[in-house]
Ligand binder design. Structure first.
Ligand code: PA5
Length: 428
């Protein structure tokens, strides 16, 4: 049984007429994914990762316990796929139980203000560092690590080495070499798992475990999804249905898919989703542009555009059935704000009505809407959802006939930046 539901009542499409006719093509791509015969087939290690990663959980948990016993703050250094999954998970689960360690990210941008403020903040706190980079050469995290390594060494002397955790390639790269030389504890990003598909490795799992979240639950959820989406029968595979729908909209001329959620905790999951689909599909002049909206906040900014702007937009609502905690709206005698008609109602009820009203309005305004419904925000559902989107993304990219696992376009800005910075080997 599926743990999530894909609701297409407002999608202007039906399973029978629109989705199921794609069964043959889906079967071919399913074979390509599972027999590793498609483009980028060196990077399909994420397909059975939930099973494989289990043996590493004790080691990750042990390191997380050590971090918690030594530090108030864990600084996680990384960018792109070496950052977004952990940030998404932390926000997603923030409602569930209080984090045991404050996790602060660094190296995910180049703001000098941010890094200098962080250095000042850390001077008076016990901290550890988890530096994450598969290539080991990415500029943003490399600079942040250089700065924070100096700080941690100044603060803890030779004991600093016991507070630095490196997540990188098994045997290559500058970070790997440094970790070996300095004898830092190392975690491996497998060769066949690309950055944006690596959240269920130590990349995402160590920061989440340090914050106190249960890795076994996350991986159980992911395994459930791995088994569920192992089947090629479209009728029973929501990940493939979602991929097919995206493809159909794209071929009809839609240009943007906005993922919309009404739960604040999902903001960073949307950022992770944007990277997953944006970097995997945006190639050869193809693909839907992945955007996001946090409702109801953005109903007061982007709502007008959704309702009345150009009709090149599809909306995917990520909805959560059961909130973790709720609050009642109080009764006030004078009723100056006119809210007594809601007195005694729960805030989640108001949010739900806002969602239903908006779905209807946007649909009437000509926006096709898919709804991905999950029961609640738990470690289990996080693992499930991550795998759901990864599998859907691979299917979706292969339907577009692009390689889901490379990112050649990302190099262009780097070349220009290196030239401007005068990096050796990059002529000014
Ligand atoms: O998905 C990807 O491969 C990228 O987004 C990378 O994760 C990102 O560029 C960071 O790379 P690295 O982990 O090598 O520092």
């Amino acid at each position: 049984m599926s743990y999530l539901k894909l609701d297409i009542n407002y999608a202007n499409k039906t399973l029978k007429k629109d989705i199921l006719p794609m069964q043959q093509k889906v079967c071919e791509i399913h074979e390509m994914i599972h027999n590793k015969t498609g483009l980028g087939n060196d990077f399909l290690g994420w397909v059975d990762l939930p099973n494989k990663i289990q043996k590493e959980l004790p080691q990750i948990t042990e390191a997380a316990n050590k971090i918690r016993s030594q530090s108030e703050v864990l600084v996680v250094i990384g960018i792109g796929g070496s950052y977004l999954g952990a940030q998404a998970g932390l926000d997603y689960l923030n409602n569930y139980e209080a984090p045991h360690v404050e996790v602060i990210f660094a190296g995910h941008q180049l703001s000098s203000t941010y890094l200098s403020k962080l250095v000042r903040y850390l001077e008076y706190r016990e901290f550890s560092i988890n530096v994450i980079s598969k290539s080991g050469t990415t500029t943003e995290p490399a600079i942040a690590f250089r700065v924070l390594k100096e700080l941690i060494e100044k603060k803890y002397g030779k004991d600093a080495k016991d507070r630095i955790y490196v997540t990188t390639d098994q045997k290559r790269g500058a970070l790997y070499q440094l970790a070996v030389k300095e004898d830092y504890q190392r975690f491996v990003i497998p060769d066949d798992v690309g950055g944006r598909f690596s959240v269920l490795t130590a990349v995402g799992l160590l920061p989440l475990a340090a914050a106190g979240y249960n890795l076994n639950e996350i991986i159980s959820g992911a395994m459930h999804a791995q088994n569920r989406y192992f089947i090629d029968k479209l009728e029973d595979n929501e990940a493939y249905q979602y991929a097919v729908l995206r493809y159909l909209y794209y071929t009809e001329g839609f240009k943007v898919e906005a993922i919309a959620s009404y739960d604040y905790e999902l903001s960073y999951l949307a950022e992770w989703w944007k990277q997953l689909f944006g970097e995997s599909e945006g190639k050869d002049g193809k693909a839907l542009f992945p955007a996001s909206a946090n409702f109801t906040t953005d109903l007061h900014s982007l709502g007008q555009y959704f309702q009345d702007g150009p009709r090149f937009l599809i909306e995917t609502v990520l909805s959560v059935d059961k909130v973790a905690s709720d609050i009642k709206i109080p009764f006030v005698e004078e009723d100056n704000d006119g809210l007594n008609y809601l007195a005694g109602e729960k805030l989640s009820y108001v949010n739900k009505q806002a969602m239903l009203g908006t779905i209807q309005a946007h649909h009437e305004g000509g926006v096709p809407i898919m709804e991905i419904k999950i029961p609640e925000l738990t470690p289990y559902s996080f693992g499930y959802l991550v795998y759901f989107f990864e599998k859907a993304c691979a299917m979706s990219a292969y339907l577009l006939e692009v390689n889901p696992f490379d990112q050649p376009g990302v190099e262009k800005y780097k070349k220009n930046m290196f030239k401007l910075l005068g990096k050796p080997g990059h002529d000014k």
